[in-house]
Ligand binder design. Sequence first.
Ligand SMILES: O[C@H]1[C@H](O)[C@@H](O)[C@H](O)[C@@H](O)[C@H]1O
Length: 508
Amino acid sequence: MVLENEKPSLMVLFLTFLASISGFMFGYDTGYISSALVSIGDSFGKTLSYGNEQFITAATSLGALITAIISGLIVDYFGRKPVLMVSNILFVIGSVIQCASHNVWTMIIGRLIMGFGVGTGSLIAPLYISELAPSTFRGRLVVLNVLGITGGQLIAYAIGAGLDSVHNGWRIVVGISIIPPVIQFASFLFLPDTPRFLVMKGKFDRAAKVINRIYNGATPELVEEKIRELQIANSEIPGRSVLQRYKYSLIKIHTVPSNFRALFLACALQAIQQFTGFNSLMYFSATIFKAIGFNNSTAVSIIVAGTNFVVTLLAFFVIDRVGRRRMLLLSLPLMMIFLILCAVAFHFIDIHFENHSAYVNGSVSKWGIVVVIAMILYTASYAIGIGNVPWQQSELFPQSVRGLGTSFSTATNWAGSLVISATFLTMLENITPTGTFALFAVLSALSFVLVYFCYPELSNLSLEEVEMVLTGGFNIKASEKLAKKRKRQRINNKMKDQDKPSTQINAA
Ligand SMILES: O[C@H]1[C@H](O)[C@@H](O)[C@H](O)[C@@H](O)[C@H]1O
């Protein structure tokens, strides 16, 4: 008998929630920098230059880029849980160094170490969740982690705004970031690794215990069946040592055409997410709003972070129903329109650059208001699609190359974030705000073309079907038909099963 598990168990929800603390820390630690840059003032004995600001911001992205690559290799060796716990320790060390820092370089080192934690967490949390989640709920459960990110950013902004005028308030904002990793670390002392990892390590008894705990109604036969399923998927990766397996996956991901297409799509979406400019707002919105004349610029930035969070919540409800492709095709052109509006509005604002900082004479003009509105609408358009779909990356890959593929695409995300955080303020100064936002608009338009021609619809498809869709081309039309068919089947099954709920353990 096959078990059909429609709903994730309480245990899965609990584990997803705890893993999403990594998303929260990702968001909080990338979020507080916007307000901290404004409120650091002359805490380091001088006013921060644009160069200092860019270094402090980019250090976290650089750290995250490095560990996103390394973690892809070590998660299969040490396991998801221990590596996640190491990321907690890195978060705490990074925060303590920043809190105690009295010069720019110590601050940069603290941000870099914190970045090591962020990169590891950003790879492992969605992987951990997708390995536990029943396949029909995977999309939504992964969005929960993105909700953790955007929620973390929002809270960081709110606390930052509250402590804006408190002397050394930014140290409190950073200090608070020590709490979530301590909670996650302490909880994971008592929580399991994923069954997939335990099977990979040959720990079948422990895997059986975990499966028993995480799936509703798992009978001994079904647990055995699930373990067999995971063993078969695992045996596709030859090689005894982790290095041999890594080498094999590396070859397979580049030489099997469907794998390579998956890699291309996963990395392209992460690159698009970053190069269409959203994080320039995330990191520097307080600086931008200050430049166009807002007094409490951090408070205005909260509106941006709030919009991102609320619309991600909306995406959580619609992602499996509307479909990833359609959400992207809506998101990108809207972003382009609002970026153009931003570029036009900036044209009419007389921004001056002096000593690497920007200001306007007088207070906020009506074009300044247009910039704020355009940025809010741009954020909403981003959050409904490209802000979260790239994190569904694991569904593109078959098990044999999933760890490696998601590690590459996560690294692409951080590389993009690094480039944007390291160049945005320089771009504002050198090609003007109008030129910068126009450039992001052009990149959004090109991204739309790429998604239109290359990104198939993958909602409701099984992993085998995804592989099939990516064989021999991107097969957009066929994928849309198949996704529609599967969606109809799911609805019919649900109606049939309403009186007789049955369960199945799906392969992660
Ligand atoms: O999905 C997240 C989210 O959209 C965040 O707001 C953004 O800062 C991250 O870079 C992105 O990966």
